[in-house]
Structures are given as C-alpha cells and as structure tokens.
Design a protein around this ligand. Structure first.
Ligand code: SAH
Length: 506
C-alpha cells in the first residue's frame, strides 16, 4: 500500500503516524450526511442527560421553537437554570424508554456510555432519529455549527471530521453577516405574497427582490429603521416601472470556460436571455441561470442559422421587451464579432447596452505557444486581420506593417492561407518568416503547428482540422516554444476545397 509518513515530534519523543495515501487521494466529493432543515416548531425534542453535554445540546435546540424535554434524575445547576429560564420540561426520574414517547428527535447526552447506547437503541426501535454525543457510530444525524439569523440559518457540518474547523467557519461566517439579516428576511417573507400578486414571475420579480436586498429597504433595516424599510419596500413594489431592457455584448473568450471574465460570469447569471454564437462552448452558455432562455444564432460557414440583420432585429426586440440579454460572442466581441452592426442597431433603437471584453483568439493562441506578440527589438506592433482583403491589386496597410516587423494574427485565415502567404512574399516578406498555427486554442484538444511563410499554403489542404484556426506570422513568432508543436510542412494531401468548406467563421 502507498503511504506517506506524517512526522510529529514532541519535546522528547517522535511519533510516526502511518496514514494510508489512498485515504487522502480518494476524497469523494459526495456527502455521507446530507443537510436538511427539519420542522421542529411545537415538536418535542428529548435530551437524556443532566450534565455539560446535555446543556450544550439544550442550548443548541433552544435556538428553535421546539419543545425541549430534559430527561435526567440528577441535573447540574447550570442546566437547571437553563430549564427554568427556557421553560423546557424536565422529567426528574431514572431513564426509561417510555419517556421518549412523542419525541421527533432524541439526544443521548448522559456522558454514560452504557446509558447512551441503550437510549440510542430505544430511539431506533421507536423510529426516532437519534444523536449520541461523541459517538458518531450511534448517530442517525449530526448537529451542525449554526449561524442563526432566524429565519435565515447557516448550518456547517463536517460529518464529525472537524468540530474545531466547523466552529472556525461559523465564527467567520457570523462576522460576515449583518446582525439585521434576520429582520430583513422576515420583512421579505411578509412581502412575498404581495410581490407574487403584483409582479409577474421572472424578470420583474427578480429585479424587485434584488433591489430589496441590496437597496433602500436593506439599508433602512441595517440602520434599525424597520418602518422606513417597510415603506421603502412598498414604494419599490408599487413603483411599477416597466422593466428596462439591457443588452450586454459579452466576450466568452476562446473556448476554455475559465478564461471567461468575472463580469461576464455575473452578467450570465443575471440574464433572462442568452443569445450565442456556435463557437461559444455549451459549458459557457450553461453558466447562465437554468431558467434563462438560450437562443443559438449561428454561425458556422455554410450553416448560418440567422442573418446579421435578423440578429440585430432580435436584440432590438428583446431589448424592447425589457429583457436583460447577454449577447455572447467567442473571444472578444469587438474583434471580428460584428459587434459594430449590433451596437449601431441598438443605438438607433435607443436600447441600453454595454460591452464586456473577452480573451481574443490571438491572445489564447499566443499563450498556447508561449509566443511573445511584441518582442523587444523585434516587433513592437500587432495586426489583427482576416487576410480576406488581399484579393485586389493594392496591398492593404497591414501587409506593409507586416513587412516593417508587425506581428500578424490572421482570423478565419485557413481558406486564404495560400493567398496571404503568396502576397506577403511577393511584397517582400521573407519566405522564412516564422508562422505559428493553433487549432482550438485554449482547449484540451488544441493542436499546434509551426513552420514558415513558405509552408503556410499547406493549411488550406488540411481537412483534418475541423476546429477554429488562428495563424500568427512574424519574426516575434521565432520566440515561441515549438516543443509541443508539429511541423506545418508535413501535410500536403487533402483538397483545398474540403478544408475551406470546414472552416469556422463568424
Ligand atoms: N471574436 C472572436 C473572433 C471571431 S472570428 C475573437 O475575438 O477571438 C472566428 C475566428 O476566430 C475563427 O475562424 C478563428 O480564426 C478564430 N478563433 C476563434 N476561436 C478560436 C480558437 N479557440 N482557436 C483558434 N482560433 C480561434
């Protein structure tokens, strides 16, 4: 068996604990004890015991509206005082199973192992869940460390593994939460019926509650002004302002879910509707609320589901309906994302929007290649292009920039790879200029290729690349790490037509 040794040295002795590694490495993410909140109001909870253990449990259950029944012949003074002050009932007699009658929960807390065992056995026979103090093997349930802001409760459990850890967490959480949280939740509960009657389910209701818990009502409760809080909440409820639509043009990054920004994540969680492109992975779209509407709008080359004009009209329409929309685009929305047209349509229609940047494919590809896009003394500018403007007679500006040393990132460049290479060479860029190509940048199934400008045309012939492809050209590319990439020149088989048909485009 694989083991690791844990060395704990005292002043004179050294103790070696042999901890099976298997126990550490096969930590299962599944719980053996599942937390639930049980109704105890007006129900009997029996505690057998008259000492400290019983007192601790009595204090814990005393935070609820359960009816406490303490069963103990001899009771220590502190517990007696607790019984007197809490109004708990006390059976001052030797333990007998009949004393558990009618209880919905039993604590065996006598401190006497034999007695606790028989209490646990009796409870089980009577089908009453039992907790035996410090004897997890006899427990049907565990008691949590509790942060109580009734009606809000936060229960922390470690399945008995770390009571000290649970207490530490309890005190941290306790400090984080306003003491008035319970009052705020109580006020919320009193308004729930009215909110359900006055506000349609979904958008409007969610917006009301988010203003309630973060806005004027919450601030008034915090300041101890309960009646002002109530008035502010009623104002909010009756203001009946029509929902205002809002569109966020959000960059989803190159594919890896954890390259999404925190802001994108928050907006996704708030959105009523997510309008997304085909290149955005399902895992990112799935970060939205479960009840959010999801509208895929294309586009892969050859199977556009909606035209750009239709997408613009859809966004305007959703905005007019008062929806909070995330328009999710791969990479950065402002880089070959047709965001310009969508923003113009929204501006014309007077619909509020914002833009959330994302990691563009060129940056992800560069990172995958450890490729410095700017390199001191080699390249100090960078071009984002599609290469689709190289067809005419005049050379576009970016080609001149490439010749003067810029690093060039070519989006959607596979079907024009030969054209790009040919024209750049013709214009004076050395055929030996370094080229890096990444398919599926940032994803686990990415593939990296390296070569020279002279090898680049071979890209068009490759039908084995079915994912999106980024090409980076320039002297700075020579600074990349080619240890994990394949030579571009190796493949020259498949037909260019096939490769072009598979190309992914926005
Ligand atoms: N707005 C996007 C670009 C959309 S254009 C962005 O900022 O990244 C679509 C092109 O982006 C693809 O044809 C491909 O060239 C590139 N692309 C997108 N995701 C990519 C990825 N994970 N790996 C390589 N290239 C990618």
């Amino acid at each position: 068996m694989l083991c690791f040794w844990f060395f704990a040295s005292g002043r004179k002795t050294a103790i070696l604990f042999r901890i099976p590694l298997a126990a550490m490495s096969h930590v299962t993410p599944k719980l053996n004890a599942f937390p639930v909140f049980m109704r105890v109001e007006g129900e009997v909870v029996a505690i057998v015991g008259g000492g400290d253990e019983a007192l601790a449990k009595a204090r814990l259950i005393g935070q609820s509206n359960a009816v406490l029944r303490i069963i103990a012949e001899n009771v220590e003074p502190e517990l007696l005082a607790f019984i007197a002050q809490s109004g708990a009932s006390h059976i001052a007699a030797a333990y007998d199973a009949s004393q558990l009658d009618g209880a919905i929960m039993v604590f065996a807390a006598s401190g006497d192992e034999a007695l606790d065992r028989s209490v646990a056995a009796d409870a089980r026979r009577l089908s009453i869940p039992v907790n035996a103090v410090d004897r997890p093997e006899l427990c049907d349930f565990f008691t949590p460390a509790l942060v109580n802001r009734a009606p809000v409760a936060i229960a922390i459990g470690t399945e008995g593994a770390g009571p000290v850890l649970a207490q530490m967490l309890r005190s941290r959480i306790d400090q984080m939460l306003s003491p008035s949280l319970g009052s705020l939740a109580t006020l919320a509960a009193s308004l729930r019926g009215a909110a359900e009657k006055l506000l349609p389910k979904g958008n409007a209701r969610r917006r009301f509650w988010s203003s309630f818990f973060q806005g004027a009502p919450a601030h008034a409760v915090e300041a101890g002004q309960l009646s002002q809080a109530h008035d502010a909440a009623v104002d909010l409820l009756l203001s009946n302002a029509p929902a205002v639509g809002h569109i966020a043009l959000v960059g989803a990054g190159p594919g890896a879910e954890d390259l999404l920004t925190l802001r994108a994540h928050r907006l996704l969680m708030e959105a009523d509707v997510i309008v997304h492109d085909a290149l955005v992975p399902e895992a990112v779209v799935a970060m939205g609320r479960r009840d959010a509407e999801r509208l895929p709008v294309g586009k892969r080359k050859g199977c556009h589901t909606k035209s750009q004009a239709e997408i613009n009209a859809l966004l305007v329409e959703l905005g007019r309906q008062g929806k909070r929309v995330v328009r999710l685009k791969s990479g950065d929305p402002l880089v070959f994302g047709r965001a310009g047209e969508e923003m113009a349509a929204l501006r014309d229609a007077g619909i509020a929007y914002e833009v959330v940047p994302g990691v563009t494919a060129a940056f992800a590809a560069a990172a995958d290649f450890e490729l410095p896009l700017t390199l001191r003394g080699v390249s100090s500018s960078m071009v984002f292009t599609t290469g689709h403007d190289l067809k005419g007679n005049s050379l576009p500006d970016w080609a001149r920039l490439a010749i003067s040393g810029a690093t060039v990132a070519v989006y959607m460049g596979r079907s024009v790879a030969a054209e790009v290479a040919g024209r750049l060479i013709e214009a004076g860029l050395s055929p030996d200029t370094a080229v890096a190509v990444v398919e599926n940048a940032s994803l686990a199934n990415r593939r990296r290729f390296h070569g020279t400008l002279a090898d680049l045309p071979s890209l068009e012939e490759r039908a084995d690349l079915s994912g999106p492809v980024m090409t980076i050209i320039g002297d700075a590319v020579a600074g990349a790490n080619f240890e994990r990439s394949e030579p571009l020149a190796a493949h020259r088989h498949e037909s260019a037509a096939k490769a072009a048909a598979a190309e992914v485009e926005e």
